[in-house]
Design a protein around this ligand. Structure first.
Ligand code: 4NP
Length: 165
């Protein structure tokens, strides 16, 4: 089980493909459930800071009803370990960077997104950046499963309706 986080930060390498897609999927699915949790994404690298999401990521998002148009890439920073109680990397390299950067005093839970989601110990979201377009479809599907898994780990069901206020 996963205690409902105070905020979730999705982390990949460039913050233009996987983590912005994860953020967009989580934003939509959490909102549909009435889960009001701060969500952001960041990259461990700085090459794309301030730039838009990769056009292939934007296209796959649009095809599946998500919106990446307003996304601007940013780099992981120390403050993130205070602002987010759960920081999840897409692959082992991302997680290694996250762990190296995490201040000893910061209590944020860190892990691989798919592992935290209960979808397999050590399971990664492969980087689609250097591959064919089809890789972005596979990536999005995996991230949708991952977000559903996070929701399930929090004790919610992806089919739950929001509670009346
Ligand atoms: P992401 O993909 O980490 O999923 O955003 C990448 C984006 C850019 C690069 C590598 C991976 N790059 O080398 O520029």
């Amino acid at each position: 089980m996963l205690e409902t986080p105070q905020g979730i930060l999705f982390v990949c390498l460039g913050n233009i493909c996987r983590s912005p897609l994860a953020e967009a999927v989580a934003r939509k699915k959490f909102s549909a459930l009435g889960l009001d949790i701060p969500l952001e994404s960041a990259g461990t690298g700085n090459w794309h800071v301030g730039g838009s999401a990769d056009p292939r990521a934007r296209a796959v998002a649009q095809r599946h009803g998500y919106d990446l148009d307003s996304h601007r890439a940013r780099q992981l920073e120390l403050d993130d370990f205070e602002r987010f109680s759960l920081v999840v990397g897409m692959d082992a390299s991302n997680l290694s960077h996250i762990k190296t950067m995490q201040p000893a005093t910061a209590a944020a839970q860190v892990g691989l997104m798919l592992t935290v989601a209960g979808l397999g110990q050590g399971r990664e979201v492969p980087d689609p950046y250097f591959g064919a377009d089809a890789g972005f479809e596979d990536c999005l599907r995996l991230l949708e499963d991952g977000v559903d898994g996070l929701i399930a780990q929090m004790g919610c069901s992806a089919g739950d309706a929001p509670r009346p206020v």
